[in-house]
Every structure is written in C-alpha cells, then in structure tokens.
Design a protein around this ligand. Structure first.
Ligand SMILES: [Zn+2]
Length: 254
C-alpha cells in the first residue's frame, strides 16, 4: 500500500480542532469576571451556540505561557502594558494569537466577556483577519462574524456573550429573497438580510480597492470618531502584515 503523502497544507487546518490557551497577564486592570468561569462559559457558548452554526469547534484551556502547537488568547491591562509589545499577532510557531485589552473592553462593551466572545468567534472563522467575501454592488466585505451585530448580547450562566452572524449573512445570492426557507442570519435573529448592519454594529468593505468602515447608526460613527481603535482587529486587517510591526497604527482620520 502506498504511503500517505505528508504535506503541510496550512497551519489553520480545518481537520484539526484547535486548542486555545487563555492567559491572564493583567496587572493593574483586573478582569471584571472570574477567569475560570469565563473560560468555562465561553466553552459552553462555543459548544451550544457557535459550533452548530459554523462547525468550528475549539478546546479552551487556561495557561500561564504560550504552548507549542496551540493558539493563544491573552488578556492585558491596556495596549501599553509591559507585555503588549512582546507578543505578536501570530505566535513564533505561526499560530493565531488574540489580545484583549481589558481597560478598553470594559470601557467600550461594559464587560470583558463580550469582547472575549467577539474575538473568539472571529479568530475561529478567520484566524489571520485576511478573508474577504463578495458583497452587493461590486463590494467585498471583511469576513468578520461579530461586527455587524456587535452590540447585541445575550446571557449564558449570568455572563454576557456576543451575538454573531451565521454563514448565510455572507451569501450575496440570498439578497433577492432574504426570508426564503426562513433563513437565519445571526444567532439572536435580529438581522433580516445579508450584509445588513444593525444599529450598534459596523462593517469594513472595499469597492474598487477603496476601504470603507460602515456603521449602522450615526451614534456609532460618532463613538468611532473619538475612540482609539488602533489596536482593533479591523485596523490590522486594513494595514495587513505591516500592522504586526507597527508599535502604534496611524490615527484614524474621521
Ligand atoms: Zn470584530
């Protein structure tokens, strides 16, 4: 019998269930939730809500430092924390790394659990923040599964979790008959058609190579205008590989 060919297809092979190592490196800004309980609740969220829709499971563990062949999810005080610059957005082995800055998470979302849930979903579907999908009228949209509904939350075990889009949200052909077969576009069932942005949500899209950040309401646009979003995943998406080497990303214009 022929020997199976060994090849390296991608680090993010869908045939391997990733282990994600959660590390709390906060020093001055404590998490507003119990760390063990947060990991447990996020695992329940994945197993019960996210995996049935996306088929992208993961095993969440608690650790104190990065492990070989394991994805990393680290919590830091703020973007200027002692350890913030020492961690790259891909680990030394080329595995995905997410950072949650606790002061910003609590200020913008009210709890670190919502930001952690948001980042976890997006990390599992697009680990390197590089995927785009065809949208309406010649646009391409970022494949970020929480942005369009980012202010919709729901509780699990007393912790706030983030709403997230379903795969159908990114299927442009459904725009003609959005409610055919009672298609659902997000977990909380607030979105009624593909590429819709809810009031507190936003999305990044491109048309003719020009990058646009579209918000679901004027209030959201005003909040973005005064917020320092340099460290947000969407900024890394905009600046690509360059962003991993920038200490501070260029300030937003609007
Ligand atoms: Zn996002």
């Amino acid at each position: 019998m022929a020997k199976p060919v060994r090849f390296h297809a991608t680090t993010f092979s869908r045939s391997v269930i990733p282990t994600i190592n959660f590390i709390d490196l906060t020093d001055k800004v404590p998490l507003d939730v119990d760390f063990d309980r947060l990991i447990r609740t996020l695992q329940t969220f994945l197993d019960d809500c996210f995996v049935p829709a996306w088929g992208a499971p993961a095993k969440l563990i608690k650790g104190t430092k990065p492990k070989d062949r394991t994805w990393t999810f680290v919590f830091l005080d703020n973007p200027h924390s002692r350890d913030a610059d020492g961690w790259h957005d891909i680990t030394k082995d080329g595995f995905p790394l997410s950072k949650v800055f606790v002061d910003q998470a609590i200020a913008s979302d009210g709890s670190v659990s919502i930001t952690a849930c948001h980042e976890l979903c997006e990390m599992l579907i697009d680990p390197t923040a590089t995927m785009w999908v065809d949208g309406p009228r010649g646009t391409v949209w970022s494949y970020e599964v929480c942005d369009a509904c980012e202010e919709v939350t729901f509780p699990i075990d007393g912790m706030r979790m983030s709403d997230f889009c379903y795969p159908a949200y990114f299927e442009v052909f459904r725009l003609k008959h959005p409610r055919r077969l009672r298609t659902q576009y997000d977990y909380c069932n607030k979105i009624t058609k593909p590429f819709q942005i809810l009031k507190g949500g936003y999305s990044d899209y491109m048309r003719g190579g020009k990058f646009t950040e579209k918000t679901g309401s004027k209030a959201k646009a005003r909040r973005f205008a005064v917020e320092d979003r340099s460290y947000h995943r969407s900024e890394f998406r905009k600046y690509g590989a360059r962003a991993a080497h920038m200490r501070v990303l260029p300030k937003r214009q609007a």
